[in-house]
Ligand binder design. Structure first.
Ligand SMILES: NC(=O)c1ccc[n+]([C@@H]2O[C@H](COP(=O)([O-])OP(=O)(O)OC[C@H]3O[C@@H](n4cnc5c(N)ncnc54)[C@H](OP(=O)(O)O)[C@@H]3O)[C@@H](O)[C@H]2O)c1
Length: 242
């Protein structure tokens, strides 16, 4: 890996932090890491201490203004060679007949709209330079039903479709676009899952356990490094979708 700036959205979360750390290590410091957070879990100052030489952008990516701030801050530092669209929410958990418009806006805004327009805007920069890699964070739930996950599932399934569409249109311009679809990973997002549900998830996972954020980070780095993978969705779920 070499070249300018790598942007990781949702880098204050469990998976995002692991991804940012691993990109930093693998690039040997050649890529300057842009850590994005919304600011709900950790302050920008605290987050910046996680990775030497990194910089932090705090923004709500469901908004046009927030996405513009992230793009401008990254471009000011150099060519944005890597974008990892990792930020996301899975709540509120509503059964299909209870879904609310406000939840639709919240979940689709954070998981789908943010990634769609960051891909468009960072994609233009990358295509202009003829080089770039985008990795989107999907989920095993894109292809699997779980009560309470209707909107989350829809957001991730649509994100996979967008991943393939952008891969198709940006590939000829030197930009690759892929996705990772994790199973259940130990992070703040899954910490509140009740014990009986955790047992059920483990029993449906061939490896019988939740995954570590580093397993997802490894997959992201593989998609960044392997220059012939484009339009792929790489599952990292311990055999949950078999
Ligand atoms: N954990 C799992 O089992 C699992 C499985 C499959 C897929 N995923 C996906 O992996 C990604 C990371 O999940 P995680 O488990 O690491 O979650 P997490 O620990 O809850 O972190 C989520 C991150 O996204 C940020 N975020 C949420 N909404 C945002 C918005 N509107 N604008 C900007 N930032 C926003 C959060 O910022 P704040 O902290 O400031 O709110 C946080 O940094 C998500 O896309 C999730 O859907 C997770």
């Amino acid at each position: 890996m070499a070249k300018d700036v790598a942007v990781v959205t949702g880098a204050s979360g469990g998976i995002g932090k692991a991804i940012a750390r691993m990109i930093h290590e693998k690039s040997g410091g050649e890529l300057q890491i842009c850590l994005h957070c919304r600011g709900n879990k950790i302050s920008a100052e605290e987050l910046q201490k996680e990775i030497p030489g990194s910089f932090v952008v705090q923004a709500d990516l469901a908004t046009t203004e927030g996405r513009r701030e992230l793009l401008e801050a990254a471009v000011e530092k150099g060519h944005p060679f890597v974008l990892v669209n990792n930020a996301g929410v899975d709540k509120p958990h509503e059964p299909a007949l209870m879904i609310q418009e406000s939840s639709f806006d919240e979940i689709l805004g954070a998981n789908l709209k943010s990634a769609a327009f960051l891909m468009r805007d960072f994609g233009k920069e990358m295509a202009g330079a003829g080089a770039g890699v985008i990795v989107n964070m999907s989920s095993v739930l894109a292809g699997k039903a779980l009560i309470g996950s209707a909107l989350y599932r829809a957001s991730k399934a649509a994100l996979e479709a967008l991943t393939k569409q952008f891969a198709f249109e940006l590939g000829p311009k030197g930009v690759r676009v892929n996705a990772v679809a994790p199973g259940f990973i130990e992070t703040p997002m899954t910490r509140e899952i009740p014990p009986e549900m955790r047992d059920k998830i483990r029993s449906e996972t061939a490896l019988g356990a939740f995954g570590a954020p580093e397993a997802v980070a490894q997959a992201v780095c593989h998609l960044i490094e392997n220059d012939y993978i484009n339009g792929a969705v790489l599952t990292v779920n311990g055999g949950m979708s078999l």
